[in-house]
Design a protein around this ligand. Structure first.
Ligand code: NAD
Length: 357
């Protein structure tokens, strides 16, 4: 069981150090090996996703990533930007399923812009298809064409999904629902788009293999509305690349605390890249101020989805709950009356809160 650890830039090394400490506290035998991705890799190798990182990432069972990017690299050409490394590793590892939980701990209910009673205890998971849809469909472009007797610019993209692509993401979502509340809502726009009519048909057919999971369907415009009206009605949501892009950001913001949100991107064999939803927060780097909990929770997802270590994942998640209940907060989630602590002390608190096995 080998994990490729990519701390990255900005706060990446600080938050990653705490996540690795927690992983090792839970599983001393887990093997980890560090490599460079992002700006630090540009500085060392002249590439944001250099060959040694590619070799290690491919060989490892899972990848744990901090965050990449920062103003130092913003003016570089696109192929030397840290974010290019992120896209390259996702593509290289064939990661097609993006899982983003939006979980609001009761203790943080006042972090959200929504009323506490609407969001307190929120626990939903968005499963987004990551490699298909209108984002990658051909043909695409902007051309000058003769339309209605007038030369004008014409922009076009192509939306498509094959049955196999829908089945593949559907299985991930049904399996995830099985591990949670056994409710799956598939989001589409079948009243307008044939591609998503196929999406709905295939999800319905697939549900025959998952009689223990309740499948419902919702149009994307209604889903966007329901997510702010009554988000707790959802358990797992599965949708395509474009709708998922929008809905997962909407859902993550329901919780109002970017330092708390983990994510996973999985390939066909369950190998995954796990990372916090936030960026490298250069304003906080090197100051022991960053919240490491999103990265620690990403490590919990790694145990659950790649290694099927459900109990160990829950040990970490329960420890995070306990720490919040004890009143410990990093600056981003601090409120008067709670105890403000730094990045490393938050790692210490989570380790201290781990239940005995
Ligand atoms: P960001 O997520 O880094 O920061 C947004 C705000 O949230 C900042 O105020 C920051 O201080 C705060 N924040 C973020 N993570 C935090 C944490 N763990 N604890 C406490 N506060 C936290 O987004 P940004 O400022 O738009 O981008 C900064 C850099 O990160 C850019 O170079 C961007 O390209 C990169 N980025 C990387 C990723 C990634 O690696 N997946 C994702 C988004 C942005």
């Amino acid at each position: 069981m080998k994990i490729c650890v990519l701390p990255g830039d900005g706060i990446g090394p600080e938050i990653m150090a705490q996540a690795v400490r927690v992983l090792k506290a839970v599983h001393p035998s887990l093997e980890t090996e560090d490599a460079l991705l992002g700006g630090c890799a540009v500085d060392a190798f002249g590439s944001p996703y250099p060959e040694p990182t590619r070799v290690l990432a491919r060989k490892a069972d899972a990848v744990l990533l901090g965050a990449v990017g920062g103003p130092r690299w913003d003016s570089k050409p696109r192929d030397l930007r840290p974010e290019t490394g992120l896209l390259a590793i996702r593509k290289d590892l064939g990661l097609f399923a993006n899982l983003r939980p939006a979980l609001l701990y009761p203790e943080l209910a006042d972090s959200s812009t929504l009323k506490p009673e609407v969001v307190a205890g929120l626990d939903i998971l968005i499963v987004r298809e990551l490699t298909g849809d209108i984002y990658f469909g051909q043909p695409r472009g902007i051309e000058t064409r003769e339309i209605d007797g007038k030369r004008q610019r014409f922009g076009f993209n192509t939306m498509h999904y094959s049955e196999a692509e829908i089945v593949r993401i559907g299985r991930v979502a049904f399996d995830a629902a099985r591990r949670r509340g056994r409710k799956l809502c598939s989001v589409d726009k079948m009243n307008v788009l044939e591609t998503t009519q196929l999406w709905r048909d295939v999800m319905t057919e697939l549900s025959g293999n998952y009689p223990d999971v309740m499948l419902t369907h919702m149009l994307v415009d209604n889903a966007a509305m329901q997510l702010v009206r009554e988000p707790k009605q959802f358990d797992v949501i599965v949708t395509g690349n474009m709708f998922g892009d929008i809905l997962s950001d909407e859902a993550s913001m329901l919780t109002g605390s970017i330092g708390m949100l983990p994510s996973a991107s999985l390939d066909e064999s369950g190998k995954g890249l796990y990372e916090p939803s936030h960026g490298s927060a250069p304003d906080l780097a090197g100051r022991d101020l960053a919240n490491p909990l999103a990265t620690i929770l990403s490590a919990a997802m790694l145990l659950r989805y790649t290694f099927s270590m459900q109990a160990d994942a829950e040990r970490i998640e329960n420890a995070v709950r306990k720490v919040l209940a004890q009143g410990f907060r990093t600056a981003d989630i601090y409120r008067p009356g709670t105890k403000k602590i730094g990045t490393r002390a938050m790692g210490d608190a989570v380790i201290a809160a781990l239940d005995a096995r």
